[in-house]
Design a protein around this ligand. Structure first.
Ligand SMILES: *Cc1c(COP(=O)(O)O)cnc(C)c1O
Length: 403
């Protein structure tokens, strides 16, 4: 069969199965284009995208500001190596520091992904002269071998053991367990302000405040993984900002490039920033002009379009409208802003996600009894209402088709 025979879904999926390594399993769809909160598959069927590239497409698909910024930049220069810099790279770093209210002497290291931002954070922590890292049960910090040691899920870790040593996992939101785990050998405590992959589990503000106090007392770094929570996702620029604390570092990725691959380690204050010096870390692509232009257009658009307030309002709207269904199979809604999970009373999430796809909605069954919603930050109330209105029938379909 020629590669040009057909571009219908099955043809592409068959060729996928013969040409890509199967780490993702079989893809659910072959998508062709997007606009705002909508995507179309190669058969022309339309879906409301409540996955948003897993919290990546902050401005939705095909946003004119992102298209214009990236198109202009790629026509000037896309990449130059980190022997050189560009105005746009420096502007993005300055803007991130300003939005994070980082003090003088703070700094940014640009990477290409979330897991690479975590690798930079691990190397930063080693420069304290200590080895130990304390992370949380349920944590997801990435798939490279360093970050994997901090990720909690056994199925991800065990095939690749042994990983870097001296990483302890403690129950999330348990202040006393954290206090007991942090010692004078702890280089860093690494926590997500909301655990995304665990199903939108929110850190109590008191937990983050205690983490700040415990790490300061022990002389350890507090590193917050904001790869999913950062860049407006929670309704604040960064998830830590509602807790009133200042971390020593945060990691960013997902939403920052609006779909272009960029990650970042942000260090707060001169002491932490000075831990990594010339020659101690690097990257070829990280923070190149193309992705920096994308990042700047995302931050500028979130600001100009008042998206932080919109995210808070839409997040509350999801909670109110799903709660108002008063559905016997729904236990509640977790999360903050537009990082949400609909929690079910039984393991229906895979069935609901399949029924949703059939009905033209993309959602993520993040856990057997939780459906994660991480739509573009630009999604409208009317678009969310389409999904909430369909939810009872999606649940019925899932129950009929489950054994
Ligand atoms: C997605 C994610 C990562 C990993 O990011 P990649 O870009 O997939 O490497 C790390 N931490 C958190 C909290 C994430 O949500």
């Amino acid at each position: 069969m020629s590669v040009h025979d057909s571009d219908d879904q099955q043809d592409v999926l068959d060729r996928y199965a013969r040409s890509l390594i199967g780490v993702f399993g079989a893809p659910q769809l072959v998508l062709e284009r997007g606009d705002g909160a909508w995507v179309w598959d190669v058969d022309g069927k339309r879906y409301l995208d409540l996955v948003g590239g897993i919290a990546v497409n902050a401005l939705g698909h095909n946003h004119p500001a992102l298209v214009a910024a990236v198109s202009k930049q790629v026509g000037e220069m896309a990449h130059i190596s980190n022997f050189y810099t560009s105005r746009v790279q420096v502007e993005l770093a300055e803007r991130v520091l300003q939005l994070a209210a980082a003090p003088a002497g703070s700094g940014v290291f640009f990477a290409n992904s979330g897991t690479e931002a975590i690798e930079a954070a691990i190397k930063l922590s080693r420069r304290t002269g200590r080895m130990g890292i304390v992370a949380a049960e349920g944590a997801f910090h990435g798939r490279t071998t360093g970050a994997l040691a901090l990720t909690h899920k056994a199925a991800y870790r065990e095939p690749f053991a042994p990983l870097i040593p001296d990483v302890a996992h403690v129950p999330y939101n348990d202040i006393e367990a954290l206090r007991a785990a942090v010692t004078k050998d702890t280089a860093a405590v690494v926590l997500e302000p909301v655990q995304g992959e665990a199903g939108a589990i929110v850190a109590d503000p008191a937990y983050l405040q205690a983490a700040r106090e415990i790490t300061t007392a022990a002389g350890a770094l507090l590193i917050l993984d904001e790869i999913q929570t950062g860049v407006g996702r929670t309704g604040d620029w960064f998830g830590f900002q509602s807790s009133g604390i200042v971390p020593d570092a945060i990691t960013l990725a997902k939403g920052l490039g609006g779909g272009l691959p960029i990650g970042a380690l942000v260090t707060f204050g001169p002491e932490t920033t000075g831990l990594l010096t010339a020659g101690q870390h690097g990257t070829t692509f990280g923070g190149n002009p193309l992705v920096a232009a994308a990042g700047l257009s995302v931050l500028t658009t979130i600001d100009a379009d008042g998206l932080l307030g919109h995210v808070t309002a839409m997040g509350e709207h999801i909670v109110h409208s799903v709660t108002a269904l008063d559905h016997p199979d729904i236990a509640g809604v977790r999360g903050r802003g537009l990082l949400r999970a609909i929690v079910l009373r039984s393991d229906l999430s895979a069935g609901i996600a399949a029924a949703a796809r059939e009905a033209g909605f993309l959602v993520n069954p993040v856990a057997p009894s939780a459906i994660r919603l991480v739509p573009p930050l630009v999604i409208s109330r009317e678009e969310l209402d389409l999904f909430v209105a369909a939810l009872p029938s999606l649940i019925s379909t899932a129950k009929e088709s489950s054994p």
